[in-house]
Design a binder for this molecule. Structure first.
Ligand code: SF4
Ligand code: SF4
Length: 363
């Protein structure tokens, strides 16, 4: 892709307001195709640890947080510094790898960002919630809560989400929905399901469960990355075997189509707005990169490491520098980030992108 073509891609176009936020940061810069304006969408990890060890999650191989080390929490002041460093953010996803509500100031972070007019969303496994936390959630100003739910039966759910207790999660979902009703809150609750071989047949039952709990929105996605890049640190290699065993790539298209149709029928009957992943590989748009994440969004780990997107998950696979130590703009404009964007735009992406479902058009 040429620079001119890339510049016509919406994610690469600077706006005057965005240029202001950069200059407010005190550094003269001219946004370019590979050093675009600071993004309006930012994802920040409040924590780098989790109470679960889900089968499809790289966190099981990491050493951040107990029992391996100290609490893996982003300090509130560092959180504010990051948000302020980005300038004008429209949307903040306050979650990454880890359960965000483990952070004792999580809802304070939400309230602080919401009070600045930022739309804040998060994901939770809902295992650690109480009535008080459900109330805090609706009072914090959180805009969207994504609830991870990949099965409708305890045995399968607890096999996938190791360490979780299915009845507790459903009880906590009820707490959230009930607090939401009691406060007349506009909190958007959406269930997110990671679809694998093992839960494909349960998809219509998950739709029924979601509807029965009063949730009207459900997002289904495939496993998003196959961890095939040659640079993968050794400790994550077991992820490849799991993904080979559970990916739906090898399932006949007709079988997948039938499962999706059954889920769609159930969703229509139960009044659930259901998003299913694509059955066909999406064609490449010749005028845009296959993925615009590194232009339109930033992902920052709880330690401040900048990663290209949420698909990477752990900074030891790839990162562009530390935004807490080097500054947001310095890293965003840095040589490593630019080189990554250039490769992505030129259809010669980093190996980590080649193994990503977004890049392959199958997300
Ligand atoms: S709940 Fe989320 S962060 Fe925690 S292990 Fe599961 S997938 Fe990973
Ligand atoms: S292609 Fe995938 S891995 Fe690469 S930047 Fe986009 S979302 Fe991230």
């Amino acid at each position: 892709m040429s620079l001119a073509e890339l510049a016509s891609h919406p994610a690469a176009l600077p706006s005057s307001q965005e240029e202001t936020s950069a200059s407010e940061a005190g550094e003269a810069r001219a946004p370019s195709a590979y050093a675009p304006p600071l993004p309006r969408f930012v994802q920040i990890e409040p924590v780098g640890q989790c109470n679960l060890r889900c089968q499809m999650c790289a966190i099981q191989f990491r050493r951040d947080g107990p029992p391996h080390g100290p609490l893996a929490f982003l300090a509130f002041d560092d959180f504010k510094r990051l948000v302020e460093g980005f300038g004008d953010i429209d949307e903040l996803q306050l979650q990454g790898l880890g359960e965000p509500t483990m952070h004792p100031q999580f809802f304070e972070m939400v309230a602080w960002a919401s009070a600045r007019g930022i739309r804040v969303s998060t994901n939770s496994n809902l295992t650690l919630w109480s009535e008080r936390r459900a109330r805090q959630c609706v009072e914090s100003g959180l805009s969207t809560l994504h609830v991870s739910l990949d099965a409708a039966t305890p045995v399968l759910y607890e096999r996938i989400r190791r360490g979780a207790h299915f009845p507790k999660v459903i009880r906590n979902l009820r707490r959230v929905m009930s607090a939401r009703r009691a406060c007349g809150s506009a909190l958007h609750v959406r269930v997110v399901t990671v679809l694998m071989r093992q839960n494909l047949d349960e998809l219509p039952a998950i739709v029924r469960l979601v509807s029965a709990e009063g949730v009207r929105d459900m997002f289904v996605q495939y496993l998003c990355h196959d961890f095939e890049e040659h640079s993968l640190p050794d400790e994550y290699r077991p992820m490849r075997d799991f993904i080979h065993a559970q990916t739906l790539d090898a399932i006949p298209r007709e079988a997948l189509a039938a499962a999706f149709e059954a889920a769609r029928t159930e969703a229509a009957r139960c009044d659930v707005n259901l998003r299913l992943p694509t059955l066909e590989r999406r064609a490449k748009d010749a005028s845009a990169p296959r993925c615009d994440w590194p232009w339109r969004g930033a992902y920052v780990s709880y330690r401040g490491d900048a990663m290209p997107c949420c698909m990477v998950g752990t900074p030891d696979r790839i990162n562009f520098g530390n935004m807490l130590e080097q500054g947001v703009l310095h890293v965003w404009d840095g040589a490593a980030y630019r080189r990554f964007r250039e490769q992505l735009a030129d259809d010669e992406p980093s190996p980590i992108c080649r193994s990503c479902s977004l890049y392959r058009g199958t997300f």
